[in-house]
Write a protein that binds this ligand. Structure first.
Ligand code: NAP
Length: 291
């Protein structure tokens, strides 16, 4: 039987509807949830991402503003912009766009964001709370991957789950979220021996390796639920011998589809849900704030 293909766009749309209803209540109380993105320099991909964020935020009833700073902005000036937003009680979420121009330390700037406004969940406080199993603003991509998983496996307690990848913003928080949901978690990385043996033992396979097409049929046992976090723009030669650009994941979708019981596609899987997760975190930050 062919796998159920997880519809990330539909999940994201229904999240936005729920967020919109809660945002309306806050608006009526005079506390409109507000997200501010910071874009330093002229990276075209980041600028286009910021435009798409604005559209999604508006659709969900979240106020959105973009602070644009020029390429020559110093670390101190960027830090001051963040501190100003930290102090501004009408702002509930702050999100600096990456990559930053050469010479700026993006990590240092992210760590300056007040934990209550760290809606990307990338600060040490939120990651620490997550590791402690406490209420935290979780990193959006990791939380989105779990949201996709829950759409097909609502109760993941006790499930044998393998995470491929251990980055600070995706793999590690993903494992922590799964542990918090009582899954049994194995985490694989580049030093793992016998990757396929581990992945074949999984009931649930979550892939965030950042390697296009890493996971194929040889890695997946029949009936596995596969969530692909990877996103890559690749140039391929199509059937007519023409060069085409495509977005692909870490999983060879066509190979794994006949084996999996459910699978998230790329594009259209975790990606759209990640955008909604940022709005969900902004809403939660607003609900928890006193202003
Ligand atoms: P990253 O920082 O490069 O981390 C990749 C992780 O995968 C590392 O822990 C690495 O192990 C592990 N890995 C790499 N090659 C491997 C292999 N052959 N076997 C086993 N493990 C391997 O990447 P990331 O930031 O976590 O992102 C992962 C993917 O998610 C990327 O494709 C990225 O574009 C995508 N992403 C998607 C979204 C979204 O919204 N959908 C958002 C963010 C990121 P080591 O630790 O040993 O090096």
């Amino acid at each position: 039987m062919a796998a159920r293909v997880i519809d990330g766009k539909a999940i994201a749309a229904s999240m936005k509807e729920r967020i919109g209803a809660r945002a309306m209540e806050l608006r009526e109380k005079g506390r409109p949830p507000s997200l501010v993105a910071i874009l330093i320099g002229d990276d075209q991909a980041a600028a286009s991402y910021a435009r798409s964020q604005e559209k999604h935020a508006k659709e969900a009833g979240i106020e959105f503003a973009l602070v644009r700073l020029p390429t020559g902005t110093t670390q101190a000036e960027a830090a001051e912009a963040i501190e100003r937003l930290n102090r501004d009680t009408s702002v509930h979420g702050i999100m600096p766009h990456m990559p930053m121009p050469r010479g700026l330390d993006g990590f240092e700037l992210q760590q300056r964001i007040a934990p209550a406004k760290d809606v990307e969940g990338v600060g040490a406080t939120n990651l620490g709370l997550l590791a402690m199993g406490r209420d935290a603003l979780a990193p959006c991509t990791a939380a989105a991957a779990v949201e996709c998983l829950r759409s097909v496996v609502p109760d993941i307690a006790g499930r044998d789950t393998v995470v491929v990848g251990r980055s600070v913003i995706v793999g590690k928080p993903l494992a922590m979220l799964l542990l918090a949901a009582n899954a049994t978690v194995t985490q694989c990385h580049t030093r793992t021996r016998g990757l396929a043996e581990h992945t074949r033992s999984a009931e649930i396979l979550m892939v965030a390796a950042g390697v296009a097409g890493l996971i194929g049929a040889e890695h997946v046992a029949p009936g596995t639920v596969v969530i692909d976090v990877g996103t890559h723009r690749v140039t391929l030669i199509d059937a007519n011998g023409k060069e085409v650009t495509r977005t692909v994941g870490d999983v060879r979708f066509d190979e794994v589809l006949p084996l999996a019981s459910a699978i998230s596609p790329v594009p259209g899987g975790v990606g759209p849900v990640t955008v909604s997760m940022l709005l969900e975190n902004t809403l939660r930050a607003c609900e928890k704030s006193t202003s």
